[in-house]
Each structure stands twice: as C-alpha cells, then as structure tokens.
Design a protein around this ligand. Structure first.
Ligand code: MN
Length: 433
C-alpha cells in the first residue's frame, strides 16, 4: 500500500467541532465522505465530523479548496471523487483536516455544518457494477460443510479469489427497509418446488470495496497498482435467501437469492484514514499453495491486510417495543479474509475486465473460527438446527419480519485515534403477497 501515516493521523489533533473529539466513529482523523440531503434540499457531498456533517459543496463555493477539486465537490455523487488520483484525494484530506482543526476557519464554516441527525444519507455513488467475492475462509468452510459435507472447500479455493457478478440496481443505503423476497423453494419432504416467501432469510457481514480510477477494457491491473484502484471501504449486508439459494445455485451460482436487496453503510472510509490500521496478510501454512505470481506482491503481503473489528446486532420488533438494546450476534475481524483487497481487485481485472470509479466489490461473508464470530445466521444456527435465544425469550434461526439487523466496524490501534464506519442497518418487512 502506498498510504503513509502523516499529520492528519496525529492522535493529538483536535477539531473545533466539539462532538468530533473522542467521537467513536468520526473524529477528525477519519474524514469519510457521503451524499447527504437535508429536507427537500438537493443531494450534496459531505464529510463527517463528530455528530455533524460539513457541506463540501459550500466549502468549494467559498473557494477553500484547490481549483481542480471545486467541481468534484459540487457533484451530487461521489463518482468524480472516486475518479481522483490517490495524490489528489490525499490533498483534499489534508485540506479538510486543516480547515476543521484551525480555529481561524470556524466562523466561515460554522454555517455549513449540519447535524447528521437532521439528514438523510443516500447511496454514495452511482454504482455501475457490483461483484461479490467469497474470501472469508471460515465462512466458505462452514457453508461448504452444510451444502456439501463431503467437500466443504472446493479445490480451487486456495488458488483463486472466488466471485460472482451481483446486481447494482438493488443496492440501498442503510436505513431503507428490506422486503422479504418471494421465490422458488424446494421444501423438505416435497417432490416439487413451490413459490412463496423465503423462510430462511439471512444477513451476510461483509466489507465493501469502492473502486477508484479505471482500467481500460483489455488492460489488467497489476497487483502493485491495485491500491490505486481502491477509493474506500464500507459495510455491506448481502441479504441472502438460503432456501431460494439452495434450490437455484447449481450449476451457475447465486441469482435471485441474492439480488433482491443489498444494504451498504453510507460513508466511504478512505484508504488514507485506514493507513494506521494496515497489517500483514496472515501467512499461509505449510502445504497451502502460494498464490500465482499475478496475485503476489511483497508489499501487499506485508501491509495489504486490514485490522478491523466487525459486529452484527439484532433488534426485533418486540425488543424495540420493550426498549431492549440490540443484541450482538457475532463479532469478527477482517484478518479472516483469505485474499487481500488488492488481490481481489487484481483478480477481477486479470482477464482485462474494466473496473470503473463507483463500482462496488463485496469481500464475501467474513466469519471467524468460532460460533460467536460467524457472519451469517446460516452458520450461527448451523443451518437452522441451533436457534439463538434473545433477551425477550424469542428465538431465531433466520431473520423474521420486523427484525432490524445492524452492522458495525471499528479500527483501533495503540497510539492512534480509533475510527469507525458508522452503521449499516435495515428492518425486514413482510413479503409481497
Ligand atoms: Mn455475499
């Protein structure tokens, strides 16, 4: 990775926006971007600072950024920002860090700070394409043993980052409800399939990777260049209907069990913000194949991993009615990714497939090795056999109507300010009848 630690990461840096200092997600060391809307106002680019959002279109109008960034910040999507070079993106970060920490700009910028609670956050970018991978090796092992007990991990897994093309049109930002899908189900004990609401609706805890820059069609992205094609990260809940999936997935893979809705967190956390939280990719053990040369880069192996803690919580309708706090279903780490973000990007473009700014890649479900670290209910409930008991006495094997699923992620490291991703949440609504 080419991102360096600099003065914008200084844990002693203080913002003049009081709520930012010590904020669990958005201190001045984070500076993530989103598209926000206040009331009927147009969609605008903002940067999170504590509980507030700074309107970057206004910052551009005031002429407080370099001339080449003005139009980028006046856009209604982050696609142009994602098309910036890493150097230009770093320049913007430095400028915003300075403007938000130098009291000399407080009077000019105060009128352009809005309370996050008063805003609706939209999709960060117009998403041209969405691809979902399968790099959580514990998830692959767990699901593999449920679907194919004789061969849980297929022979290709340790050689190739497995993925499939998802659907961009049904990706929605956090907060928008999810409609339970109808589909073809082959129920246990029945000879013929039926059509109806999924009975095994599930979440998948994933990291989203925002593509920056573009590669010309026919021109692969060398692994050493892959970091330049990553513009940021978000949380991704890849909602999955396990019963539809089990019936439809052979031989071409996931289809309607996955493309009815995917929820993402609205903030793009930049690679620069995550620079202090890079780590080595876990070494492969004796006997595991070394990745092919096009996927191997010493620097990527040395610092291409991410040190993020992720968690999933559930809050049922009854829990909300009784003011019971959401219950954690799992807690895991991005170090359980078998392939790095750079390897995912390079593999995707290795045949010449062109990736564009605003494309979204999902890592696949990131499970840990134990039940309390499994990133889907399919795994937590062992395919529906072992229900989870909630504080109300309710039990769950899969997601029920009225349940809200909440994803969170945080980065912590001694000597640095912790940063968070914000939330990715959605309530499940009954199927269309
Ligand atoms: Mn997935």
């Amino acid at each position: 990775m080419t991102c360096n630690i600099d003065e914008t990461h200084d844990p002693a840096l203080v913002a003049w926006v009081a709520s930012a200092n010590g904020h669990s997600d958005f201190p001045v060391q984070n500076l993530p971007y989103a598209i926000f809307r206040r009331g009927d106002d147009r969609a605008r680019i903002g940067v999170a600072i504590g509980e507030q959002i700074l309107d970057l279109a206004a910052v551009a109008d005031l002429g407080l950024v370099d001339a080449d960034l003005i139009a980028v910040l006046q856009s209604a999507t982050l696609n142009d920002l994602l098309a910036l070079t890493p150097a230009a993106r770093r320049r913007l970060r430095h400028r915003l860090s300075f403007l938000l920490s130098d009291r000399g700009y407080e009077a000019a910028l105060l009128p352009h700070l809005v309370a996050g609670a008063d805003c609706t956050l939209g999709l960060p970018a117009t998403i041209g394409d969405y691809t979902d991978f399968y790099v959580g090796i514990h998830h692959a092992l767990n699901v593999g043993s449920l679907f194919r007990p004789d061969a849980p991990l297929l022979p290709n897994y340790r050689h190739i980052p497995i993925g499939y093309h998802g659907r961009a049109s049904s990706i929605r930002p956090s907060g928008q409800p999810v409609r339970r899908p109808n589909g073809q189900l082959k129920l246990a004990g029945q000879e013929e399939p039926t059509f109806g609401p999924s009975r095994r609706l599930d979440f998948e805890l994933e990291l989203g990777i925002w593509i920056a820059g573009e590669n010309e069609l026919g021109r692969p992205i060398p692994i050493g260049e892959a970091p330049k094609h990553i513009g940021g990260f978000c949380l991704l809940n890849d909602w999955s209907a396990r019963d539809i999936q089990a019936w439809e997935y052979q031989p071409l893979g996931p289809f309607l069990s996955k493309n009815f809705h995917s929820t993402i967190s609205p903030w793009i956390i930049t690679p620069e913000a995550l620079a202090p939280f890079r780590q080595a990719q876990p070494a492969r053990s004796e006997g595991e194949p070394r990745p092919l040369a096009y996927l191997w880069d010493e620097s990527d192996q040395h610092q291409g991993g991410l040190a993020l803690d992720m968690e999933v919580l559930i809050c049922t309708e009854r829990m909300r009615a009784n003011s019971i706090s959401p219950k954690r279903l799992c807690r895991t780490k991005t170090s359980h990714m078998y392939w790095t973000a750079a390897q995912i990007v390079t593999h995707h473009a290795s045949n010449g497939c062109n990736l564009n700014p605003g494309d979204l890649l999902g890592t696949g479900t990131i499970s840990g090795p134990t039940r309390d670290a499994f990133g889907s209910l399919l795994e937590i409930s062992s395919g529906g056999a072992e229900p989870v008991t909630l504080p109300t006495g309710e039990t769950r094997t899969f997601v029920e109507d009225g349940d809200e699923i909440i994803l969170r992620a945080r980065a912590e490291r001694e000597g640095f300010a912790s940063i968070g991703f914000g939330e990715c949440r959605a309530v499940v609504q009954p199927a269309v009848t």
